[in-house]
Design a protein around this ligand. Structure first.
Ligand SMILES: Nc1ncnc2c1ncn2[C@@H]1O[C@H](COP(=O)(O)OP(=O)(O)OP(=O)(O)O)[C@@H](O)[C@H]1O
Ligand SMILES: [Mg+2]
Length: 291
């Protein structure tokens, strides 16, 4: 496993899209049910996330969004149904096999989960140092590179407590992407951030999708951010990677809405906005003007 992570971490993962199109879906849920005792969270949930694409997962508080991400990581196991990650069935894996599978997943937890006693550099490089044989100077260089992506290179030697909430969130994103995982799971990446900083986080997520072709699942309560990410794309302009309104040929991003244990909507941003479903209209339009 270490060698595989090192290989990914040291090579430029910029696979052509054609190659990704023939790959197995990055994530498949097949009739997955899950309950905490008598609290049934998911009922026969099925969906698939094609490799290289982005899925935005919406739903009210307690709908089961974080549970979906924890099932993908194998931190929780379904009561029935099957879960496949990168073509491998993971719900029957041993703990040891799961550790290997997780090496290819970057997770941004809802609560950041930075180690307050470690510097920004040690937080971001944690998995590279702990789980690979990568030499220290290469870890440092990769850490500098990913902090550069999120605009925080100058804070590399600070402690997390010396950063603002938005900066901590961006450090957590840098940490999730440091080992170049092929699958990124973001749990509410922009909650608690002001709209300007939230947009810088959104831009990083868009770049990861369009430039690195990373598969991602973005859980969010921020409808504005969800639509921003879905309707923008990263393109090279004047020698720089910029985030601009998406063209018709951009990688499509699809939405999923969880409600009462089921996926009550799956489709594009435009289809979601146009939906006449009573629950969806209430859910969306409570958060968008005009009220
Ligand atoms: N460790 C746990 N033990 C028991 N019940 C839990 C546990 N974690 C979550 N739950 C319950 O499972 C349901 C789904 O929780 P989950 O955390 O997935 O919600 P969520 O959609 O992520 O909500 P939020 O938007 O507030 O983060 C909720 O009813 C919650 O109370
Ligand atoms: Mg949650």
């Amino acid at each position: 496993m270490g060698a595989a992570v090192l290989e990914r971490a040291t090579s430029q993962v910029d696979r052509p899209r054609a190659e990704q199109d023939v790959a197995a879906p990055a994530v498949v849920f097949d009739k997955v049910s899950f309950a905490f005792d008598d609290n049934v969270v998911l009922r026969d949930v099925s969906f698939s996330v094609p490799t290289g694409s982005m899925k935005i997962l919406l739903g009210a508080s307690g709908a089961g969004k974080s549970v979906v991400l924890k099932l993908i990581l194998g931190l929780l196991r379904p009561d029935s149904g099957a879960i496949h990650v990168s073509g491998q069935r993971i719900d029957r894996m041993t703990e040891r096999e799961l550790v290997g599978m997780r090496a290819d997943i970057g997770m941004l937890f809802q609560e950041n989960a930075l180690f307050d006693s470690l510097t920004v550099a040690d937080n971001v490089g944690y998995r590279l140092s702990e789980e690979t044989e990568m030499p220290r100077d290469q870890v440092r260089s990769r850490v500098g590179q990913v902090l550069g992506f999120v605009g925080l290179e100058q804070h590399i030697d600070r402690m997390p407590t010396e950063l603002s909430g938005g900066e901590r969130r961006r450090v957590a994103i840098a940490r999730a992407m440091a080992a170049r995982p092929n699958l990124l799971l973001f749990d509410d990446p922009t909650s608690g951030l002001d709209p300007i900083i939230a947009t810088t986080v959104d831009d990083e997520i868009v770049k990861l999708r369009d430039h690195q072709h990373v598969t991602s699942i973005v859980v969010t309560h921020q409808i504005r951010d969800a639509f921003y990410v879905a309707t923008h794309e990263a393109v090279h302009q004047d020698g720089r990677l910029r985030v601009v309104p998406a063209s018709a040929t951009a990688t499509p991003t699809s939405f999923m809405v969880l409600h009462e244990g089921r996926i009550c909507f799956e489709g594009t941003a435009a289809a979601l906005l146009a939906s006449q479903d009573t629950y969806l209209r209430k859910f969306l339009f409570m958060t968008l003007p005009p009220w």
